[in-house]
Design a protein around this ligand. Structure first.
Ligand code: AMP
Length: 214
């Protein structure tokens, strides 16, 4: 399957993407994970992206498109992909449309995860993420806690609060989302690809997606 997941930070894109990859071997492509790994590894990309990320702003479209063009050409995308956190602006969506044309690929569905703001704020402030770049399992101190000493259940690395999950950065990320990313809902509605889902359960969201792509 080839899916784009839209939704505010904390809407559950990462969790849903992980569940979908277990379903049919499609790969999850999270621009946020790719950028965080680059920041940790202090690569040229990481050094360029770090400031934007810490401020809760978007990384420039050109950098993101370079990453995505290279990533979508990798052989593991042949079975399908779930785009998590990309595209995030109209220019990115237009560039993705051109790139997919070039690769002779089509997106099956664009899923908009429609989650109330109070739920988003609560989820982001209680979220913990595994600090191991190869794992990045997502936890929630209320609903899916890591081990009692704060470690990832899967790999044992510390499960930490992300640098951009302070109240200031979260507020800025939500503003950025409203301004830059919500126009994509109309963009994809006009393309006839949009499916909005307002459930709060990731399992329920996954079943609705499976029905939509049948
Ligand atoms: P995420 O984990 O998807 O919330 O992404 C974390 C941060 O990475 C965002 O706040 C942005 O600074 C940056 N980022 C991730 N994906 C994109 C994108 N498609 N375009 C621009 N910036 C991005």
């Amino acid at each position: 399957m080839r899916i784009v997941l839209l939704g505010a930070p904390g809407a559950g894109k990462g969790t849903v993407a992980k569940l979908l990859t277990d379903y049919d071997g499609s790969v999850q492509i999270s621009t946020g994970d790719i950028l965080r790994n680059a920041v940790k590894a202090k690569t040229k990309l990481g050094l360029e992206a770090q400031g934007y990320m810490e401020r809760g702003e978007l990384v420039p479209d050109k950098l993101i498109m370079d990453i995505m063009e290279a990533r979508l050409r990798e052989p593991d995308c042949g079975e399908g992909f779930i785009l998590d956190g990309f595209p995030r602006t109209i220019p990115q969506a237009e560039a993705l449309r051109e790139l997919l044309k070039k690769l002779s690929l089509k997106v099956d569905v664009v899923v908009n995860l429609d989650v109330p703001k109070e739920v988003i704020l609560d989820r982001l402030t209680t979220r913990r993420t595994c600090s191991n770049p190869d794992c990045q399992e997502i936890y929630n101190i209320k609903s899916k806690p890591p081990t009692p000493d704060g470690k990832c259940i899967k790999c044992g690395s510390p499960a930490v609060q992300r640098a951009d999950e302070t109240v200031e950065a979260i507020t800025k990320r939500l503003e950025t989302y409203n301004e830059k990313t919500t126009p994509l809902i109309d963009f994809y509605r006009k393309e006839g690809l949009l499916k909005s889902i307002s459930s709060l359960s990731s399992e329920e969201i996954v079943s609705q997606i499976k029905v939509a792509i049948k």
